[in-house]
Design a protein around this ligand. Structure first.
Ligand code: SAM
Length: 259
């Protein structure tokens, strides 16, 4: 069993095919030797992002390359048994990135950025932004000891995102409007009435700073996405999905309950 506080890094699966591992990665080499002050003989954990963790003993560290040999490999730990997809509304960059990072730490498995009617137009994403988001996801997954690397898709419009979720067993929309059922109430009713005690896949939508439009609420409901309330207080656009992710994983992730 890998030591919990072993430094871990996600790498391409192809680099882990042989016991001798050579990583041509100046940024990683710098982080290991200069930042973490590691030396040959020290051990790190390499994750292939597909569910396996490899214990690597370092044998050489240069400015550009990390060399080591694999001592052991085992199933990667750190994953919840609920596959949660978060349809995260595009919002002001630093808020979007904060919510993305926190939901990775909490255990979300997949992200779809959503361009809502009231998303700030300047937040339309481009390739450079998508690469930045992938880096934020990878660093948060490494820091929080995740076993799998969450995926972040290209942005979708709200309507196309809603059309995606039909295969999810349960899809929720955080709606701050009056008269919406509490998340807790809806979950417990769903779990008892549908005879589906072990929910394994869930989709979560929420709105941007300006909120969702009535049309977006209607579109979601038309696709079987159930609006739920987190209570009487109005949370910021970046707070709501994080709070809901924490509540959902607390309530539904049986693996954490065991740990
Ligand atoms: N209508 C809000 C207002 O009056 O300030 C603006 C939207 S709120 C800042 C951003 C999003 O967070 C909402 O669209 C909703 O998805 C979610 N949200 C905030 N508070 C919530 C609550 N109490 N229950 C459910 N969703 C909430």
């Amino acid at each position: 069993m890998a030591v919990k506080n072993t430094f871990r890094f996600f790498v391409e699966p192809a680099t882990l095919r042989n016991d001798l591992v050579r990583l041509e990665d100046p940024a990683l080499a710098h982080q290991l030797s200069r930042v973490l002050r590691l030396n040959p003989g020290d051990q790190i954990l390499l994750l292939d992002g597909l569910g396996t963790a490899y214990t690597l003993e370092l044998t050489a560290l240069s400015r550009k390359e990390v060399v080591g040999h694999i001592l052991a490999h085992e199933p990667a730990t750190g994953e919840p048994d609920l596959h949660l997809t978060i349809y995260l509304p595009l919002m002001r960059a630093e808020r979007f990135e904060w919510a993305l990072q926190k939901c990775v730490e909490l255990g979300a498995s997949r992200f779809v950025p959503v361009l809502c009617a009231r998303s700030l137009a300047s937040e339309r994403a481009d390739e450079r932004k998508h690469e930045r988001w992938q880096r934020i996801v990878r660093e948060a997954a490494e820091q929080s000891c995740r076993g799998l690397l969450p995926a972040i898709e290209r942005p979708q419009t709200f309507a196309s995102a809603c059309a995606q979720v039909n295969q999810a067993s349960l899809a929720l929309l955080l709606a701050e409007f009056d008269g919406m059922p509490l998340l807790r109430t809806l979950l417990r009713t769903y779990l008892t009435t549908t005879g589906n005690p072990n929910l394994t896949s869930l989709a979560l939508f929420s709105g941007p700073e300006g909120g969702l439009t009535p049309d977006e609420l209607t579109t979601a409901v038309d696709h079987g996405i159930m609006p739920v309330s987190l209570g009487p207080r109005i949370l910021r656009a970046e707070t709501a999905p994080v709070a809901a992710t924490a509540a959902l994983l607390y309530e539904l992730d049986n693996r954490s309950a065991v740990a």
